[in-house]
Design a protein around this ligand. Structure first.
Ligand code: G3P
Ligand code: CA
Length: 307
């Protein structure tokens, strides 16, 4: 487990006042809980309801999710908005870049209706008219009743996102209560967050795909070499700021990682949380590899396997 965070917590707990000791206990509890298998509801229970809407989050909670996964962008006027894509076109009745619209403009969009057309077998009229959520709204509703697994999306587009996010989480007491983990494909984003608050558990996302010549794999932003060439030093470099690594498992039907990847990550103190796993057979295969959690659109399927 990430020794840097644990040492900092142990120091904090020794000889401090009761509230500070409680804070250390809550963070320690979160790290302990991360040693158990974690069900991470990917955009909520987004296989059952429109992603990043109240129905999606409510279903995720009912289905036993340990974390709600939230993707963050920013509005033109600086509000932290929960939406996956850079653009509005796929999941709203608007068009264009998220960052080109104000909060008021984004709140006027329907973020639920698309789901009924895309997934008629799971359609529900109640989804139509759902509104895009701000991070503040999600936190206001759930507080410390849930844990949040927040992804900083396109941080290069929003240089101020990291600061704004950490400020919000600290103001709401979500770091000290052990309620939040942060993930990103951007090493720079995670390092910025680590510098702002070293108590927040971080997970480095990686995405492996074939090289252009088709002779091997490459990681999207160069965070690691291809899985077959990863050294312990590569993983130790991630463990300096993160508690875990979140890889894709398959590209175009072919595995990009294997059980050895999981074992090597564990040997270097990193949890392994693969994304996004919706098929029960695939879930079971990864459970057999010993992964520590999974992102899924169907928390109910994963709950059945790990109960
Ligand atoms: O955050 C894990 C996974 O969600 C990364 O992929 O594109 O679904 O955000 P994406
Ligand atoms: Ca995500």
């Amino acid at each position: 487990m990430n020794t840097a965070i644990r040492c900092s917590l142990a120091t904090l707990a020794l000889g401090l006042t009761a509230p500070l000791a409680a804070q250390a206990d809550a963070l320690e509890q979160q790290l302990d809980d991360l040693q158990d298998f974690q069900i991470i509801a990917h955009r909520g229970a987004s296989g059952h309801a429109p992603e990043h809407t109240w129905p999606s989050y409510e279903k995720a909670r009912e289905m036993g999710a340990d974390y709600l996964e939230l993707d963050l962008h920013m509005s033109a006027d600086g509000e932290l908005m929960v939406i996956h894509d850079d653009t509005l076109d796929r999941t709203t009745d608007g068009t264009g870049q998220v960052k080109a619209h104000t909060l008021a403009e984004l709140k006027a969009l329907d973020v639920g209706g698309w789901f009924n057309q895309a997934h008629p077998e799971r359609a529900d009229e109640a989804f139509t008219g759902a509104r895009m959520l701000t991070l503040d709204e999600v936190i206001d509703r759930y507080g410390t009743d849930v844990r949040y697994y927040i992804e900083t999306k396109s941080p290069e587009r929003y240089p101020e996102l990291q600061h704004s996010l950490v400020e919000t989480l600290e103001a709401e007491g979500l770091v000290e209560s052990g309620s939040v983990a942060i993930q990103s494909f951007s090493q720079d984003s995670l390092r910025q967050i680590h510098d702002l608050n070293a108590d927040i558990p971080l997970v480095q996302l990686v995405w492996y795909s074939p090289t252009e010549d088709g002779n091997g794999l490459t990681e999207w932003t160069g965070v690691t070499p291809p899985p077959a060439e990863i050294s312990d030093a590569d993983l130790q470099a991630i463990a300096d700021y993160a508690v875990g690594i979140g890889p894709n498992v398959v590209y175009d039907g072919e595995d990009v990682i294997d059980a050895g990847f999981v074992e090597q990550a564990h040997d270097n103190g990193l949890l392994v949380h693969p994304y996004t796993i919706n098929d029960p057979e695939q879930m079971q295969r990864l459970l057999d590899w010993g992964v520590d959690g999974m992102f899924t659109n169907f928390p109910d399927r994963l709950s059945e396997l790990v109960e």
